[in-house]
Design a protein around this ligand. Structure first.
Ligand code: FES
Length: 110
């Protein structure tokens, strides 16, 4: 058993989890706002979470293929490819980026 904590800003979601449970499934059980458009099959890469402390299972081949080795630097992992270990883990859910506005506000010239 391990304690898995998700956080974003000042909100937290926490639960005890069994070793081997998928982080993506836990987030959805807790209704933590981990993003997805592929529903956990590993194709959208929108489910990233960032490890604040603790550890997750080693990256899967699919995750290494999708993220490259950058997770060593960013500590970001794909929730649908990450599993609970015996260590408690704290995961930041990144803010979703708003799409850039197509219209640029121009300064008025006086
Ligand atoms: S949920 Fe789409 S890649 Fe993880």
């Amino acid at each position: 058993m391990a304690i898995v904590t998700f956080w974003r800003g000042d909100q937290t979601w926490e639960m005890q989890a069994e070793v081997g449970q998928r982080i993506f499934d836990l987030a959805h059980q807790l209704e933590a706002p981990v993003d997805t458009t592929c529903n956990g099959v590993g194709s959208c890469i929108k489910c990233k979470v960032k490890i604040s402390s603790g550890a997750l299972s080693p990256p899967t081949a699919l995750e290494r293929d999708r993220l490259g080795n950058i997770f060593h630097i960013t500590h970001e992992r794909m929730a649908c490819q990450s599993y609970v270990t015996e260590q408690d883990v704290k995961l930041e859910i990144p803010q979703t980026r708003k799409p850039r506005s197509r219209f640029i506000k121009r300064k008025s010239s006086n």
